[in-house]
Design a protein around this ligand. Structure first.
Ligand code: SF4
Ligand code: SF4
Length: 437
């Protein structure tokens, strides 16, 4: 009773894009077609939208999703779930709000497109809509607030809007996705006051490759700004590397890690990612991801995680894949025990996966090393999960996780926060440090 098809984003998220209001930012391949970024409202020039417009548009998608043929843009999406959603979309508030309302950017990254750098301003009043969210109490329990799209700092109202959102004290830290070509005092203030969490992709170890991949000559400027941003609260920064064929040579990765050390960025968090336009991670991309992971670990950076794009694109892990990866890594005398696969025997028989969302579940499905444990236990990092089971696996509270165990974090955006909470509880030592395949 009460079960239906939907997904976390349809029920809980709102993405404010320049000329549309989207219901998700997920991308996936279905029958060889790239799908996702589902639109709830196509905004026309100078129109204004209200909370009830968004609710209605989402409800329509939800109803179609549960009709006979499903909702075509969502058919085949790995994020669909059949469960009791406790009401209609955003009835209980917005859990995830994304401000990506303009597409003005000074870069032209090869993995990006004019959805993000096409030069469009919002065709509706973002300030009015956000005010309406607040007045209707939709942001009272919001857990994620992401600011991205184009380059946020290039909006002439950026400082004003950031100041007003920060002063609203609506709870979560703003996840600011900026290319860090401009230094903003407001962002720095937000980082220092624990109100802004900055994510900057670097994607290169040299100026030449940076210019090629990012379409702008700004390698030193970005590293210099990251150095300034990170001086007081480096744990509020993620440095990201999107590994592609053109930036994955071992020399380039060595040079990136040297730059991280030289620019005093080792106390930041590091996110490894791959190009969303590629359907699979090839063995040479995986070898580079493993190599970079290991190099960063040796450099003693604060925390490293691989994101959902890598996990979703992980090919089937078997002898052939392992041999191909090993062949690539032999070139650099890489010690194979620096990554773990089904060929490695786990130290304990239980594995604790900290996280209860789709990344946590995907780790069980896609990683071969995980399958070598005789039992898998999910750990609820916020003590807020409503059930004591995920599929056939038990879910426990974080205090119930033993002090000596094997654990991995099964989350994406909240990974650094989970890591911080494990550190403060003295449980971070349980985390497996090697790259897991
Ligand atoms: S089902 Fe998938 S594609 Fe559809 S809204 Fe949800 S995440 Fe987006
Ligand atoms: S910096 Fe961001 S928005 Fe700009 S081109 Fe690159 S990926 Fe796109």
């Amino acid at each position: 009773m009460g079960k239906s098809w939907s997904c976390y984003d349809l029920h809980n998220s709102v993405f404010l894009a320049p000329n549309e209001i989207r219901t998700c930012c997920k991308r996936f391949f279905h029958e060889n077609t790239l799908k996702g970024d589902v639109v709830a409202i196509e905004a026309s020039e100078d129109s204004n939208y209200s909370v009830s417009d968004i609710r209605q548009a989402k409800k329509k998608i939800y109803e179609e999703m549960n009709s006979k043929g499903g909702y075509n843009p969502c058919n085949g999406c790995p994020h669909l779930e059949f469960k009791d959603w406790g009401g209609s979309p955003i009835e209980n508030g917005i859990d995830y709000l994304s401000l990506e309302y303009h597409s003005i950017c000074n870069m032209r990254c090869l993995y990006c497109c004019d959805t993000y750098f096409g030069g469009k301003q919002a065709s509706y009043s973002v300030v009015n809509l956000v005010d309406e969210f607040i007045d209707n109490g939709l942001l009272t329990n919001t857990n994620y607030l992401v600011w991205g799209g184009g380059e946020p700092t290039l909006d002439r109202n950026f400082n004003k809007i950031l100041d007003s959102i920060v002063s609203m004290n609506i709870g979560p830290r703003i996840r600011m996705i900026s290319n860090s070509t401009n230094y903003s005092e407001e962002i720095k203030k937000g980082i220092d006051e624990d109100k802004v969490f900055l994510v900057t992709s670097v994607d290169a170890g040299t100026s030449d490759v940076f210019r090629k991949v990012r379409g702008l000559n700004g390698f030193d400027r970005v590293l210099n700004n990251l150095n300034k941003y990170s001086r007081d609260n480096p744990q509020n920064i993620i440095v990201k590397y999107i590994i592609r064929d053109d930036n994955c040579s071992f020399d380039e990765l060595d040079s990136f890690v040297e730059q991280i050390i030289d620019n005093d960025l080792i106390a930041c968090n590091f996110q490894l990612s791959c190009d969303f336009k590629e359907e699979d991670c090839s063995p040479n991309i995986l070898a580079s991801i493993i190599y970079l992971h290991n190099k960063l670990r040796i450099a003693n950076v604060r925390f490293i995680f691989m994101d959902d794009l890598i996990i979703q694109r992980m090919p089937k892990v078997n002898d052939l894949l392992i041999n191909n990866i090993d062949k690539e890594l032999k070139e650099v005398d890489f010690n194979l025990s620096n990554y773990l696969s089904f060929k490695t025997k786990p130290e304990y028989d239980k594995l604790y996966i900290i996280g209860t969302g789709s990344q946590a579940k995907a780790l069980v499905k896609r990683l071969s090393y995980v399958k070598g444990f005789s039992s898998i236990i999910f750990v609820d990092p916020n003590n807020s999960f409503s059930s004591n089971k995920i599929d056939k696996f038990p879910v426990i509270k974080i205090d119930e996780m033993p002090n000596k165990s094997n654990a991995i974090i099964g989350a994406v955006q909240s990974s650094p926060f989970i890591y911080q909470s494990l550190l403060s509880q003295g449980k971070a030592n349980n985390l497996i440090e090697e790259f897991i395949l």
